[in-house]
Every structure is written in structure tokens, then in C-alpha cells.
Design a protein around this ligand. Structure first.
Ligand code: UT7
Length: 337
């Protein structure tokens, strides 16, 4: 009998309708389209309108993933995981609200915060839940609303980050089925936590006597410092995942890396020895959407017919924490809703 595995059964995505081009940003920031395209590969991003929160995007993407998986009735899904860096509020978590609005009943629901690696961490959590027999199907959503966390005067973050949500349904199956998640590799390095984050609102911050500073609410990032860590950690984690599953780099049909910067993806491909045709890029359209980045890239590539059933995919991500993670899976040929 084949070993149990989480199997991809549905996929959905959603980006808010408002598109923000590089030229639009250049109107109020000291930046320009040429710099942004050359240094990041980003041409536009989507930003949510005022009043829209992460749960709103998560519900849209979740609904589409459920439809794609043919799972509509309460009881079909045993757990909802929302991976996000930008939850609706500190407490309560965002996922119970998302589950309720999707009509999933009194399902288990948790938020997972692992920065831009959140989707891979959520994939690992969902796989373990399914294999332990605690659920038959899990809805995993990566969702972010960065716009309200971007300092409008900081060109280092404002040109990079975008809003969106991507979701997958995973069901309990076996490793020989197309769509099986074959392995996950995860890691972290908290000694480099100062490189990227949102300091305001946590207990560390609130427990000090220092009066709050307006910038505390904003995302900060030391992009230059973090860049080489991103390349090295995603390459190491990818190699570990490949070794776990017994694939050579040449066995991989598609590398779906965290969409932070085109130059990071190119450096990663070079380190791994993968030609760039096999690297999925979607950041030109959506920027860096953190925990939503990988499922959004999967949905975009799937919609374009890029993946064939049984294709071998390597997913890899890196983000605040620092955290990183990679997963190897085969493609199931899901129908997008
Ligand atoms: O997603 C989770 C983790 N995050 C990442 O992985 C992000 C990794 N880092 C990056 O993607 C890149 O470091 C950035 C895109 C954030 C920045 O690109 P860079 O090539 O590292 O730029 P830099 O910070 O070294 O700055 C180079 C120059 C500087 O000017 P001088 O000092 O050479 O005159 C900056 O002031 O570019 C300037 N600059 C800009 N110019 C126009 C920085 N940002 C901008 C901008 N527009 N938006």
C-alpha cells in the first residue's frame, strides 16, 4: 500500500481590482519605472481600497479554491489555515472569520505567521494534519493586505509589496497520486529578526516605556542585507527538499520561488543549476505578496496552462523571521474555478 500524503485538490486566487503601476508610484515617491523594473522586475502591484482587510481577500481566494476542489458543503473541510503577516487584527485570529464567511461551520481554524514563508509552513502543517488523520481536507490560504502597512515615504518597501490571496485545498491521499506533496523542508534564524518586520503592536514593543512612534506601524526592510540570505537559504532548502525526495535538479519541471525580486529568482536558479525557462515568475504583475506569493504564482501559471499533470514542482520561500521553506510536489491538473 502506498504511503499517505497530502494531495492538491483545488486552487484559487484573488487580487484586489486596483492596479498600481510604477509610474503612479513615481508621482509621489523619488523612484522611477526604469529603476523598479531593473532592480526588482516588478511592473505593477495590486493594492486594496481603504476598508478592505486580509480576510476579505482570503474569503475570495478560499471560495475559488473550494469550488475548484468541488468542496462546497460544511463538513467537507476539516481545517482552515490562513498564512498571513497582515492579519485583520492582533486578536482574534483572522481564520475563524474566514471559515465562517465561507460557510464551513465550526471547523478548526488557525492563523500561521511565518512571513513570506507562511504558505510553505502552512502546507507542512496541513500535510501533517492530514497524515495524522485529524482531517480529510484542509483549506490553506496565503493572504496579505500590505498597503496600510507601507510607509508612504519609504520607496524601499512601497515599490515592492502588493496585496492578494491564493488558496489550495489539500486532501488525504497517497504519494503516488498526481498532486501529492512529497516532502517539505523548513528552517529559521531568529538572530536576523531585525532585517524585516512590523514592530508595532507586539508585547515586546508595548511593554517598553518608549512612547509609540508613527513609524512603528509600518513595515521596515533592510533589502540590501536580506538579499543574499534569501538566495542562500532558498537554495539550501531547495537542495534539502530535492535530496529528501530523491530528485536531481534536472528532474524538476518548474521552480516556483517566493516572488520577492526577479534578481533573487535568477540568482537562485543559477545556484541550483536550473535554466530560467523552468522558473515561474509572476512578480511583474503583483509584486511581493508575501504569504500569498506562491499560491498566486501557482494559480497564474496554471491558468496559463503551464503545468501538465505529473509535472514535478519545487516550491521555495524565504521571509521575515528569518524563515524559509521548500516543498516538492507533483502537479494534479486541477481545474481553476
Ligand atoms: O520578501 C521577504 C524578504 N525580502 C526580500 O527578499 C527583499 C530582498 N531585497 C531586495 O529585493 C532589494 O534589496 C531591493 C529591491 C529592496 C533594493 O534593491 P537594491 O538593488 O538592493 O538597492 P539598494 O538598497 O542597494 O539601493 C541602491 C540604490 C541606492 O542609491 P545610491 O545609494 O546607490 O545612490 C538607493 O538609495 O538605489 C536607491 N534606491 C532606489 N532608487 C529608486 C533604493 N530604492 C529605490 C527606489 N527607486 N525604489
Amino acid at each position: 500500500m502506498s504511503a499517505p500524503a497530502a494531495v492538491l485538490a483545488g486552487l484559487g486566487s484573488y487580487v484586489p481590482p486596483r492596479t498600481v503601476t510604477n509610474d503612479e508610484l513615481s508621482q509621489h515617491l523619488d523612484t522611477n519605472d526604469e529603476w523598479i523594473v531593473q532592480r526588482t522586475g516588478i511592473r505593477q502591484r495590486h493594492w486594496s481600497d481603504p476598508g478592505v482587510a486580509t480576510s476579505d481577500l482570503a474569503v475570495e481566494a478560499g471560495h475559488r479554491a473550494l469550488k475548484s476542489a468541488g468542496a462546497q458543503a460544511p463538513g467537507d473541510i476539516g481545517m482552515v489555515i490562513v498564512a498571513t503577516t497582515t492579519p485583520d487584527q492582533q486578536c482574534p485570529t483572522t481564520s475563524p472569520d474566514v471559515a465562517a464567511r465561507l460557510g464551513l461551520g465550526n471547523v478548526a481554524a488557525l492563523d500561521l505567521a511565518a512571513g513570506c514563508s507562511g504558505f510553505i509552513y502552512a502546507l507542512a502543517t496541513a500535510s501533517a494534519t492530514l497524515m495524522a488523520g485529524y482531517a480529510e481536507r484542509v483549506l490553506v490560504i496565503g493572504a496579505e493586505t500590505f498597503r496600510p502597512f507601507l510607509n508612504p515615504t519609504d520607496r524601499g518597501t512601497s515599490v515592492i509589496f502588493g496585496d492578494g490571496a491564493g488558496a489550495v485545498v489539500l486532501r488525504r491521499g497517497t504519494i503516488d497520486e498526481p498532486g501529492a506533496v512529497l516532502t517539505v523542508d523548513l528552517g529559521s534564524d531568529g538572530s536576523l529578526r531585525e532585517l524585516v518586520g512590523i514592530p508595532g503592536n507586539g508585547s515586546r514593543h508595548r511593554s517598553t516605556d518608549r512612547p509609540p512612534h508613527p513609524d512603528d506601524q509600518y513595515l521596515y526592510m533592510n533589502g540590501k542585507e536580506i538579499f543574499p540570505h534569501a538566495v542562500r537559504r532558498m537554495a539550501q532548502s531547495s537542495s534539502a527538499a530535492l535530496e529528501n525526495v530523491g530528485w536531481n535538479v534536472d528532474d524538476v519541471d518548474h521552480v516556483v520561488g517566493h516572488q520577492a525580486n526577479l534578481r533573487i529568482l535568477q540568482a537562485l536558479a543559477q545556484l541550483l543549476g536550473v535554466d530560467k525557462q523552468r522558473v515561474v515568475t509572476h512578480l511583474d504583475q503583483v509584486g511581493n505578496t508575501s504569504a500569498a506569493s506562491i499560491p498566486l504564482a501557482l494559480a497564474d501559471a496554471a491558468a496559463k496552462g503551464r503545468f501538465q499533470r505529473h509535472d514535478r514542482l519545487l516550491l521555495t520561500a524565504f521571509g521575515a523571521g528569518l524563515t524559509w521553506g521548500s516543498a516538492a510536489l507533483t502537479w494534479p491538473g486541477v481545474t481553476l474555478a
